[in-house]
Design a protein. Structure first.
Length: 225
């Protein structure tokens, strides 16, 4: 990669359960990019009890979208960290047209742009089961699933040997339904927005995790070439 090249900005678009987090972590390892998950950043703000976290908590429990102002402030802060200099994978952001436009403004100010948007295409119904069976390693954040991605040794994280796991409060069938509705109403229109800008790639994300990873890496290699 040329020294003076602007950091790569990659967006993963897809409903809850599409596999954004799972694939973002695999892309981080493969390409040295940094995953920025607004969901993770918001959950950290809730846990820390900040003002933003307090405002976000109720909305997140109901499966709605947190206000653009809060999400943007949190994301901008994180994007200023030096570890993002090689490039970022935005996971769960932007989620509204307003956020997409605000992102353009932020990137413009630093000579960056959205290089690629990968739309992870899935059917709705199976996403409820994906979300309901999801859990993560408390120590390193590696994601697992009761049925679809179990650790090699039961109860022990493949990545860090941790034995403590956690589930998200909003990962239940009812809230997942509300989150899917929010996705279709407010986020899915971004597919057309980015298609019009010629940066959209689509990947069949109903396939197994390894096949999806192959397709994602092929798409990213094309952009990095
Ligand atoms: P998202 O970040 O888009 O909400 P995750 O990456 O957290 O989705 O995946 C949701 C759940 O589904 C996790 O438990 C994950 O292990 C599992 N999962 C991810 N991709 C697949 C896949 N292609 N097939 C089956 N299960 C998957
Ligand atoms: P998933 O991986 O299942 O799609 P996330 O972890 O990305 O879920 O998001 C969890 C919740 O955090 C969302 O339901 C929403 O309330 C909030 N959230 C995350 N990112 C955003 C965003 N960009 N804009 C507004 N709300 C967000
Ligand atoms: Zn772990």
């Amino acid at each position: 990669m040329a020294e003076n090249r602007a950091p790569l900005v990659l967006i993963l678009l897809g409903p809850p359960g599409a596999g954004k987090g799972t694939q973002a972590r695999m892309l981080e390892e493969a390409f040295g990019l940094v995953q920025l998950s607004t969901g993770d950043l918001l959950r950290a703000a809730v846990a820390a009890g900040t003002d933003a976290g307090k405002q976000a908590q109720t909305v997140m429990q109901a499966g709605g979208l947190v206000s653009d102002d809060i999400v943007l402030a949190i994301l901008k802060d994180r994007m200023a960290d030096p570890d993002t200099s090689r490039g970022v994978i935005l996971d769960g952001f932007p989620r509204t047209a307003g956020q997409a436009e605000a992102l353009d403004v932020v990137l413009d100010s630093t000579g960056q742009r959205v290089n690629s948007v990968i739309s992870m295409e899935v059917e709705d119904a199976p996403m409820i089961a994906r979300v309901a069976g999801r859990y993560t390693c408390a120590a390193c954040g590696e994601g697992y699933h009761d049925e679809f991605k179990q650790p090699a040794k039961a109860g022990v994280c493949d990545k860090c040997n941790g034995t403590d796991f956690k589930r998200r409060a909003d990962d239940n069938a009812e809230t997942a339904g509300a989150r899917l509705t929010a996705y279709h109403a407010q986020t899915a229109p971004l597919i057309t927005y980015y298609k019009g800008r010629g940066v959209l790639e689509t990947v069949d994300a109903m396939a197994d995790i390894a096949s999806v990873a192959d397709a994602m890496q092929t798409a990213v290699k094309r952009v990095m070439a």
